[in-house]
Design a protein around this ligand. Structure first.
Ligand code: AQP
Length: 332
């Protein structure tokens, strides 16, 4: 079975709808036919300052949400990135084969460092894509399910894999991005020109999966649309309505065309009211399940230990190959 690998950062109390639809939901379907490795990216989280107590709590919450979403620990290795030291170790090797210029071209760094100025951003934030390349290449996966915003990092990962393979010896498999067009980018409800994001969205632009469902319903009902009346899918001129249709379609499995037909002659209010109900029905059991899982910390930590054991075997083997190929002397 081909391997899949993906990660998510524990940088919020809850996943938002973009993380969930753009990434995590694909993890659940992919685990059926693949050998999956899914991790909580706590080392990535500390590229910006974190409260240690909150980070620990969020790491467990992130894992609990994966289980609540349907990631099955019997099929998938679910683990915490920092439990596998090879991520940081291979990350260093990746930094050493990346040029400063190509790291500089990463748009996420430009965006994330724009606020405080490049000089204030951490070196870790700058080298984040090289750690991400290591996260991926360690497991030699065939596919990496992510949202559209990660495409550039994945291209860098492929470039680095290729560079390493040709400079030393074929070591890495070139991973393919697995990006579902329909949900690759879920937009902010208040500003449909930007992606739904924990750092850039206002609270009313973002649906948290663990938020009070009533609050989420309200956010859907007050989503920004446009001054026309007609419900149709047109991302250029109707980004707000198109975003709502995408979310509606993804949560119900109804295609957008059918939805447009269903709402012919109806108003934005009808669409929003119905979608608000769909969202409530979707997040309510997810939220309950997550809280239930969080109550049994021993169970959760046990799953993370089991995942780390599985991941560690693969990661150690890859790193040993890499160190040997680079010319590092193995300890006697
Ligand atoms: N709006 C989105 N639509 C579709 N997919 C998305 N992802 C994030 N936002 C959207 C995907 O979610 C996965 C996990 O993301 P992450 O935890 O690594 O954080 P991120 O990519 O940095 O996204 P956030 O949550 O918006 O955080 P900030 O605001 O810090 O950038 C990834 O696969 C991502 O593509």
């Amino acid at each position: 079975r081909p391997r899949v690998l993906s990660g998510i950062q524990p940088t919020a109390d809850s996943y938002h709808l973009g993380n969930y639809l753009g990434a995590v939901r694909q993890w659940v379907t992919l685990q059926e036919e693949h050998e999956p490795f899914f991790f909580i990216a706590d080392l990535h989280a500390i590229t910006v300052e974190q409260d240690p107590k909150v980070l620990r709590e969020r790491t467990r919450r992130a894992a609990a949400q994966l289980l609540a979403a349907g990631v099955d620990p019997e099929r998938s290795a679910i683990f915490v990135q920092s439990h596998i030291p090879e991520h940081a170790q291979l990350g260093w090797v990746m930094q050493c084969i990346t040029s400063f210029g190509e790291a500089r071209r990463m748009t996420q760094f430009k965006d994330k460092s724009a606020k405080g100025g490049e000089g204030a951003a951490s070196v870790g934030l700058f080298s984040y894509p090289m750690l991400m390349a290591a996260d991926i290449l360690l497991y030699r996966p065939a596919y990496v399910p992510v949202g559209e915003d990660q495409r550039q990092h994945l291209e860098l990962t492929r470039d680095l894999a290729q560079r390493f393979n040709s400079r030393y010896k074929k070591t890495f498999r070139l991973p393919e991005p697995y990006i579902l067009k329909e949900v690759a980018k879920i937009y902010d409800l208040q500003d449909p020109a930007i992606k739904m994001s924990k750092s850039a969205s206002s609270p009313s632009g973002l649906i948290d999966m663990l938020d009070d469902p009533k609050a989420s319903a309200k956010k859907i009902r007050s989503a920004v649309t446009d001054s026309e009346m007609e419900i149709r899918f047109d991302e250029e001129s109707k980004p707000g309505v198109s975003n709502l249709l995408r979310i509606y379609s993804a949560l119900t499995g109804t295609d957008i065309e059918t939805l447009v037909g269903k709402y012919a002659g109806k108003g934005y209010g009808d669409l929003k009211k119905d979608l608000a109900e769909v969202v409530v029905d979707y997040v309510t059991p997810f939220r309950e399940k997550t809280h239930q899982i969080l109550e049994d910390r021993a169970y959760l930590d046990g799953i993370l230990a089991q995942g780390a054991e599985k991941a560690g075997v693969v990661a150690r083997r890859t790193l040993a190959d890499v160190y040997e190929r680079v010319g590092l002397v193995a300890p006697a």
